[in-house]
Design a protein around this ligand. Structure first.
Ligand code: ATP
Length: 207
């Protein structure tokens, strides 16, 4: 049934790999704010019985699907790494579905504003248009490298390769309406989260 409810005020939360998007989003959740994680949604879509599975099978063949019925992530990672057309094809399947699922979840949100966590928000024109404000979680590149090396057991070169596929820190900061510095001390970030929560509550309720 179509709803005549105004869509919730939307914040797009982004940041480079390992900047701390999930860590910061969790702090907003403590204020009762609905957080919609696009990576988690992408994962659900390509899990066994995920909505994207039939079309992935149709477009890429049975080898794209693992025995448990989920998308075979290793197979797909290797393919899209070496074949940019395959990468585009996968994105054409997943992006509209991710967006559709995000909107479904957002429509059910009861908080004054919602946060979409979108790693490649600055890279994606669609998301920039959808959100009311862009918040960037920021830290030094060296901090990103150390965190991701420790968390994912990757070499420095592997982390740098992922970072090179994203916009650089300067380009991301240039797109920000709000910046959350998440460098060393989480208590500094917590204060900033409280300040932004109050500001966004004000903006959302003043509409
Ligand atoms: P990704 O882009 O890979 O999804 P992310 O931006 O969501 O990452 P997190 O997963 O929140 O980043 O954080 C990356 C790693 O750094 C995690 O292991 C997290 O525990 C750690 N981390 C985040 N913020 C801090 C901090 N202020 N101090 C110490 N460690 C932190």
């Amino acid at each position: 049934m179509p709803s005549d409810r105004t869509p919730p005020y939307a914040i797009g939360l982004t940041g480079g790999i390992g900047s701390g998007k999930t860590t910061i989003a969790n702090l907003f959740q403590e204020y009762g704010i609905s957080v919609i994680d696009t990576d988690a949604i992408a994962h659900q879509l390509s899990a066994p019985d995920g909505l994207a599975i039939p079309v992935i099978r149709q477009e890429f063949g049975d080898s794209a699907i693992a025995v448990n019925g989920a998308m075979d992530r290793n197979w797909m990672r290797e393919l899209v790494f070496s074949d940019s057309n395959a990468k585009k094809k996968l994105e054409r399947i997943l992006h509209p579905l991710i967006r559709q699922e995000c909107e479904k979840v957002a429509a059910l949100a009861t908080s004054a504003y919602v946060i979409f966590v979108v790693p490649l928000l600055v890279e994606s024109g669609n998301w920039r248009e959808r959100v009311n404000r862009i918040a960037v979680v920021d830290c030094m590149e060296q901090t990103q490298i150390s965190r991701v090396m420790a968390r994912n057991n990757l070499s420095k070169e592997q982390v740098l390769a992922i970072m090179r596929a994203q916009v650089n820190r300067e380009q991301r900061l240039a797109a920000a309406d709000d910046i959350i510095v998440n460098e060393t001390d989480l208590s500094t970030a917590k204060k900033r989260v409280q300040e932004l929560h109050e500001q966004w509550m004000g903006l959302a309720t003043a509409r």
